[in-house]
Write a protein that binds this ligand. Structure first.
Ligand code: NOJ
Ligand code: CA
Length: 717
């Protein structure tokens, strides 16, 4: 139920050339917008300091006069809003949406065209978007360039990904803006952001996290709908970022039809890094939920026939050896199986049994369907079938078996980025899921996109991903998309789109590794737009254990893997390791079994991008608390007051912490578990190892529960 407290004050003023000012409700942010010499600009300040210096606004249109010069600020309309809305799932159950708004009408007399910019100032930052009103002189157009600038005027430290029109699966580079070019070159981070650009152009992706001058700034976008993804050109001499929209392969950046809008450009600012993680500005800028009945959307944990394809134990997605699926071979029963196909009925049953035994809701099965033998999808019109299983995967039998154990199977649709074919098969694929008891699908877009005219993040593909989520909602199916464009808060509008990958996830620990500080950066970057299916829970971090020739090592301690269930928020959270690993470390596995995936409140206790993040979350409906902390290669000592607990309640806390001699590289599986009584006055003092972390469950207890139990010691390790 929505509690709306709306205060609307609409004021239309005729202005001429003067600047128009807007203030945030707490008066800490001030925005100004004006035209100077016919060019529209804006500026933003926070607590009296300029954060965005004079920055250009405007649009360039293909083969036509752009809306970028000879403009006048014609009039403004103002309004305010203060409402609280309820999430379907999330880091908190109620979100306050409180802003002051100014809709600015810019006019170009020479073309008689109007371009509107809607600014919203919240207590944690700015959102603004372009609006193209219906007008005689602008019926339809092709976007050549969006000219939005973010003139930073300071050499911040950036946590940056190199520009790329297809992927975000890079490691973050932490460097001053002026040093990024050198750092990218050193790491050979060549990228396609250069395409169609002058040589030497430097491109970064959003969400972009910046730190320096006592400030933390996050730049991203909200509600990316029917528009291309925004990357940013970096002028590293003048420290100005400019919108670089992902084009299609003809170089066009968008086909627009007024009335239409751009996504919101977002600038979240604070002098405390914790506020960046706690910001709900991006969700607030998205439309309310469009699904009338959301009762079928259920956050969940799931195990998967998955990690055994990565960890070196030799299992595979395919059923037979390549090159089998030559064009023309359509009958998979005629193929000779190679014997290491993971998605076979017996193996899937093993996972179902494991999930049932430990109360885990779902089992993802990858490699169940035809098409994995030779994956040259880009050369084929059709690679994967989403309604045809391999001969050793008993769809009906497994449906019944899973149902009898109270477990749900999670569908997998690897599309090999053939979005055109996925569109064709989509309804049949979703109906197949419904008929066979599947309510969630993990989609994948590995490889080059078909239509061949598109990039993963261009307008057409942006529309495709959203279309899949919308269509899935019609079938009451939840979606977890991999390799799609990074999220922009659309999960508020379509809460069945529970999670996305869209960054370098755990799988890379088996393919060269993620930097030790990776999980201390992701929440400040990728997760700003929405939950990530990071696939945590790897207990057997050294993969040479499997004798399969994979000598990679996940750069984490075992305890940090527990913490990621808190620090990497997702309502669809994988329990990613193989069952044997959990059986070997059964006491630590207890935490994963217990930890919820849906929350009433979240409180960031400590945070510094690239160094550490500690968050406490209160489970939905139960009032129990869970705390997680992830730290970089330097380790970190956390002295935490548990004053977020209810002052009138006693709790039993179980702490899972790195042992004194733990270290991600040399001793990752060394941990201690301490249990005891705590209350709101308790303090815990925990040292996390290099690449380590900790997890705590804090469960409400009755007098009888705590009888004879000692208080939790302050010093844990
Ligand atoms: C990449 C995905 O991120 C991974 O989880 C999946 O197993 C493979 N693609 C195969 O679809
Ligand atoms: Ca660091």
């Amino acid at each position: 139920m929505k509690k709306i407290l709306m205060l609307i004050a609409i004021l239309v003023t005729s202005l001429g050339a003067a600047a128009e000012e807007l203030m945030s409700p707490n008066r800490q942010f001030v925005l100004n917008t004006y035209c100077k010499d016919g060019i529209p600009y804006y500026t933003l300040s926070y607590k009296g300091r300029v954060v965005i210096h004079q920055s250009r606004l405007g649009m360039d249109i293909k083969n036509e006069r752009g809306m970028k010069d000879n403009m006048e600020l014609q009039s403004v309309e103002r309004q305010s809003k203060d409402e609280t809305w309820n999430t379907v799932w999330g880091e908190q159950s109620a979100v306050r949406n409180n802003y002051n708004e100014m809709l600015v009408h810019f006019y170009q007399p020479s073309s008689t065209r109007q371009l509107d910019v809607r600014f919203r100032l919240f207590d944690d930052g700015l959102g603004f978007r372009y609006e193209f009103p219906e007008q005689q002189t602008l019926r339809k157009f092709v976007l050549k360039n969006e000219l939005t600038e973010f003139n930073l005027g300071f050499d911040y430290t950036a946590f940056a990904l190199p520009g790329d029109y297809d992927t975000q699966e890079f490691t973050y580079t932490t460097a001053r803006l002026s040093q990024l070019r050198t750092e990218f070159t050193k790491q050979s981070l060549a990228h396609k952001g250069y395409e169609g650009k002058a040589e030497g152009d430097l491109v970064v992706q959003t969400p972009l996290m910046l730190k320096g001058n006592g400030l933390y700034i996050n730049i991203h976008e909200a509600a990316l709908v029917d528009y291309a993804c925004m990357e940013l050109d970096l002028d590293d001499r003048n420290l100005v970022l400019t919108s670089n929209l992902v084009p299609d392969k003809q170089g066009d950046k968008g086909y627009l039809l007024p009335f239409c809008t751009s996504p919101w450009r977002t600038v979240i600012v604070s002098d405390d890094a914790r506020d960046i993680l706690a910001s709900r500005l991006i969700l607030n800028l998205n439309e309310p939920c469009k699904i009338a009945d959301t009762s079928w959307i259920k956050p969940m944990k799931f195990v998967g026939v998955w990690w055994e394809m990565f960890n070196g134990s030799g299992m595979s997605w395919s059923y037979a050896d390549a090159p089998f699926a030559k064009p023309g071979i359509t009958d998979y029963t005629k193929l000779k199986p190679h014997g290491h196909h993971a998605a076979n009925t017996a193996n899937v049953k093993r996972y179902i049994d494991f999930a049932a035994k430990h109360g885990i809701e779902g089992v993802l099965v990858e490699g169940w369907n035809e098409g994995w033998e030779d994956w040259e999808a880009y050369w084929r019109n059709r690679q994967f079938r989403f309604d045809r299983a391999y001969p050793d995967f008993d769809v009906d039998g497994l449906h019944k078996y899973a149902a009898s154990k109270g477990v749900q199977l999670v569908m997998h649709h690897e599309t090999s980025a053939n979005a055109a074919d996925y569109d064709v098969q989509l309804d049949r694929a979703l109906q197949f899921m419904v008929d066979n008891g599947y309510h969630a699908v993990k989609t994948g877009y590995c490889g080059q996109v078909i239509p061949r005219s598109e990039n993963h993040s261009s307008q057409w593909m942006v529309n495709h991903y959203l279309h899949v989520a919308e269509r899935a909602a019609d079938y009451k199916v939840m979606v977890d998309s991999h390799e799609a464009v990074r999220p922009t808060g659309l999960c508020r509008t379509w809460p069945n789109w529970l999670a996305q990958e869209s960054a370098r996830g755990t799988e890379f620990e088996a393919m060269g590794g993620n930097p030790v500080d990776h999980t201390t950066i992701l929440p400040f970057t990728r997760l700003m737009g929405g939950p990530m299916d990071y696939t945590p829970g790897i207990f057997q971090t050294d993969l040479s254990y499997y004798n399969g020739g994979n000598h990679n090592k996940a750069r984490t301690t075992l305890c940090r893997q527990l913490a990621l269930y808190l620090t990497m928020y997702s309502p669809m959270q994988m329990v990613a390791d193989v069952p044997e690993s959990y059986e070997r470390f059964a006491d630590a596995f207890e935490f994963i079994k217990q930890v919820p995936v849906d929350w009433d409140h979240s409180q960031y206790l400590e945070a510094e991008p690239g160094d550490y993040i500690t968050v406490a979350r209160c489970a939905k409906h139960t009032g129990d608390w869970y705390v997680g902390s992830t730290v970089d290669e330097n380790g970190h000592r956390s002295v935490l007051k548990l004053n977020f607990l209810d002052p009138h309640t006693q709790y039993i806390a179980t702490v899972y912490a790195d042992a004194k001699d733990a270290n991600w590289d040399t001793n990752p599986q060394a941990y201690v578990i301490k249990k005891g009584v705590v209350d709101a006055k308790s303090v815990v003092d925990i040292t996390s190892a290099s690449g380590g972390g900790f997890a705590i469950s804090i469960v409400k207890a009755s007098k009888a529960d705590v009888k004879g139990m000692k208080a939790l010691p302050r010093r844990i390790n």
